[in-house]
Ligand binder design. Structure first.
Ligand code: HEC
Length: 156
């Protein structure tokens, strides 16, 4: 009697499983180009794409020395904490944090251009390549740049 009961339960279970799986197998639309385009629009760029200039990062290093170095070290922006906070985030998150929450002793005091320069410097520390266009203090544009994984490189 108990065995029969189990068999019925098992059969119902297996049928339930198949019933659940079947619709998922019948949805090839998930891999159509149109669906992919929604997930990753062409306008999204990686910080690997050369989104700041060398000259800008140099200016950023000066600003960093003046406003950040009293509390931070450059190496503190390449480790686990930094990755937890910023990896895969839009660059606008980091920019807004730097320009609104930092320097912690005078939040929001940085000029927007200086904040963008500091972010450029942080990208350089993070081993992201420089490019030909400066990083603008434009949160709409910065939202379309995603913070990419730091490649293995020399520590600052
Ligand atoms: C007076 C000290 C002080 C100064 C100056 C300062 N910070 Fe910070 N900063 C902190 C503290 C403290 C935290 C941690 C805050 C928290 O966790 O809430 C922090 C956190 C951060 C973080 C987030 C943690 C991380 O590594 O992801 C970033 C990024 C950052 N600061 C960047 C800057 C930059 C850029 C400047 C200069 C423009 C600056 N800070 C100036 C004290 C300071």
């Amino acid at each position: 009697m108990r065995i029969t009961g189990w068999t019925i339960a098992l059969t119902a279970c297996i049928m339930g499983t198949f019933a659940g799986v079947a619709p998922a197998q019948q949805s090839p639309t998930a891999t159509t180009p149109a669906a992919n385009a929604t997930v990753q629009p062409d306008s999204l760029r990686s910080t690997q794409a050369g989104v700041y200039t060398e000259a800008q990062a140099k200016r950023g290093a000066q600003t960093y020395a003046g406003f950040c170095l009293s509390c931070h070290t450059p190496t503190s922006h390449i480790g686990t904490l930094f990755n937890q906070n910023w990896l895969s985030h839009p660059l606008s998150d980091l920019y807004l944090y730097v320009s609104q929450q930092m320097p912690q002793d005078n939040p929001g005091s940085l000029d927007p251009n200086d904040a963008a320069d500091v972010v450029a410097y942080m990208l350089k520390i993070y081993s992201m390549p420089a490019g030909t266009q400066e990083l603008a203090p434009d949160t709409v544009a910065l939202k379309k740049i995603l913070i990419d994984t730091r490649p293995k490189g020399p520590t600052p």
